[in-house]
Design a protein around this ligand. Sequence first.
Ligand code: RB5
Length: 155
Amino acid sequence: MRIAIDCDDAAVNLKKVILEHLKSKGVEVTDLDYAGTSPGAHYPEIGYNLAVRVKSGDFDRGILMCGTGLGMAMIANKVETVFAGVCHDVYSAERLVKSNNANVLTMGERVVGPEVAKKVVDAWLVSDFAGGGSTEKVEQMRALEKRSFHPGSGE
Ligand code: RB5
């Protein structure tokens, strides 16, 4: 699985921790470091850049971090095909994929400590969409997403 990771200025330390953690586990992770090439960039541009790379298929999933995880989730969800959610606990991280089939996880450095964040990422990484009763609901989200992005397409 190819993972992209990025953060704004409020989550530089958390990104370092998670990047090192994933590398130590042998996970294929790429730091997009958007702010490295666009100094002063804020979370909307940074999150959008990663979400677009997930949409394009360059990456299977993404991890975005900011102060709270909220702004990153909001902007990532503005990109068609991307489902992002904020998780600061292991149960939510599992359900984010098992129930919601989300491809982007967001976290906030000002909310969660590094050790919990590592466990959240681990739970998210090993989770797959469970299907079953969740399939119809996720399909509904996809249909409504299509209606929202392509008004007048007939759906
Ligand atoms: C700081 O810009 C802070 O607002 C940001 O990191 C994030 O928490 C927004 O949701």
